[in-house]
Design a binder for this molecule. Structure first.
Ligand code: SF4
Ligand code: SF4
Length: 236
């Protein structure tokens, strides 16, 4: 019902499926019937998504958002016809950009996997509603998004601090925490979607999860994962 419901992952998935252009139509800005103003969320998401597809090597003009009311059928038809013409000029996805299908799909798959991470990192800006649409010029910069995607964070459990309380494993949405009773927990970096939930879930008294830039240290071998309780360490 609302353009604000269009998730960044849907847009990237459409391109990953070989769609040549994506158009999102939303209600006119500042005319939302609700206090949510979801069309601003859609606008923020599209501005970010344009930078992401640019980072991937695709022309950001392949993604467009426009705002109109339900009674403006003529405007909708004109806008969509204009967009279709523009996409026809650009041609099949990746062709004008000189990006082979295999490379394009691999790049799109890689950024799609980072959607939870991107949303956490850009949470604040994605939720902002600037009063004047003109203020959105350069809202997300190329440098900012390149920096975000070139220096992807990773999450790491410090084996010296983990007390095997299992909270992170229960809360992880991707089943990426290797968990067993009385065993130091380990993050499976292949499964981790970098959502940051474990960082906030780990009790402050343990503070075992850290956020790093780049690759984390190698995981502790399985045979060395038996947890040493802090209380026992003191009495022993
Ligand atoms: S960041 Fe933590 S909670 Fe999120 S997927 Fe990775 S291991 Fe799971
Ligand atoms: S929440 Fe923290 S202390 Fe508990 S198992 Fe996870 S990393 Fe270890």
């Amino acid at each position: 019902m609302c353009s604000g419901r269009v998730d960044l992952a849907y847009v990237l998935r459409a391109f990953a499926n070989g769609i040549d252009g994506v158009f999102i139509g939303g209600c006119r800005l500042n005319e939302c019937n609700y206090i949510t103003h979801g069309n601003y969320h859609a606008l923020n998401m599209v501005l970010l998504a344009k930078r992401i597809i640019e980072h991937v090597g695709l022309d950001p003009a392949r993604l467009r958002i426009d705002f109109m009311s339900g009674s403006e059928g003529n405007l909708f038809a004109e806008t969509v016809n204009d967009f279709v013409g523009q996409i026809k000029e650009l041609g099949p996805l990746g062709q004008k950009e000189g990006l082979a299908d295999i490379e394009r799909n691999a790049r799109l798959a890689a950024v799609t996997r980072l959607v939870p991470y991107i949303k956490v990192e850009k949470q604040e800006k994605l939720g902002v509603r600037l009063g004047n649409p003109q203020d959105y010029a350069g809202y997300f910069t190329k440098e900012e998004v390149d920096e975000l995607l070139n220096n992807v964070a990773s999450y790491y459990i410090d084996p010296q601090k983990c007390q095997a309380c299992m909270t992170c494993a229960r809360r992880c949405p991707a089943e990426a925490v290797i968990s067993a009773k009385n065993q130091i927990h380990v993050i499976d970096q292949e499964k981790c979607i970098k959502c940051g939930t474990c960082l906030t879930a780990c009790p402050a008294k343990f503070g075992a999860v850290t956020k790093l830039t780049g690759a984390p240290p190698p995981p502790l071998p399985e045979a060395e994962r038996t947890v040493v309780r802090k209380s026992k360490e003191k009495t022993g």
